[in-house]
Ligand binder design. Structure first.
Ligand SMILES: CC(C)(COP(=O)(O)OP(=O)(O)OC[C@H]1O[C@@H](n2cnc3c(N)ncnc32)[C@H](O)[C@@H]1OP(=O)(O)O)[C@@H](O)C(=O)NCCC(=O)NCCS
Length: 142
């Protein structure tokens, strides 16, 4: 399966991103829309993964006071465990030089996914949007 990842540039691509997030987070995980679509919507960079012409995955990153925060990883149900999430994560990490502080807050069920990609847990679990989360960081220089 050929997966293509690109940085979102057009309104149509952003629509595809929102459609995947509605499916995965709002319908799939029952996350309220006002939490899923947050105040950072317009100051983040988005990626879109496609298989052929079909949009199947998305994620975003944004600069924070702490570093580069990765968020909103979502792959459509029928396309999971095929490497789409890995390809998107590697694509985003490759945007940076290796010296940035790259981090994320993982839902408890996704910790194993980020561990496979090299992220390491830091600090205790915490609750966000009614879901247990774990802060994870990507080692510098890898
Ligand atoms: C988490 C998610 C983005 C992973 O995407 P994916 O395309 O299925 O992941 P990949 O196929 O690239 O997986 C890469 C590796 O991680 C493993 N993996 C995937 N999801 C995993 C999980 N939830 N727990 C543990 N390992 C996982 C895969 O088996 C694979 O391992 P391998 O390299 O040994 O074969 C996807 O399952 C998803 O959209 N989940 C619902 C939304 C969500 O939880 N988002 C994260 C919020 S923090």
């Amino acid at each position: 399966m050929d997966v293509y990842v690109k940085i979102v540039e057009t309104v149509a691509e952003k629509e595809s991103v929102l459609s995947i997030r509605r499916d995965v987070f709002i319908r799939g995980l029952n996350i309220p829309k006002h939490i899923e679509i947050d105040e950072n919507e317009n100051n983040a960079n988005y990626v879109l993964a496609t298989v052929g012409e079909t949009p199947v995955g998305t994620a975003r990153w944004r600069k924070t006071d702490e570093g580069i925060k990765l968020e909103r990883f979502a792959v459509l149900d029928g396309y999971r465990s095929m490497g789409v999430g890995r390809i998107m994560t590697e694509f985003i990490i490759n945007q940076f030089s290796g010296n940035e502080h790259i981090y994320l807050n993982s839902q408890d069920t996704a910790i194993g996914f980020y561990e496979k990609l090299g992220f390491e847990s830091v600090g205790p679990m915490f609750q966000e949007a009614g879901i247990q989360h774990q802060k994870m960081v990507y080692p510098k220089g890898e």
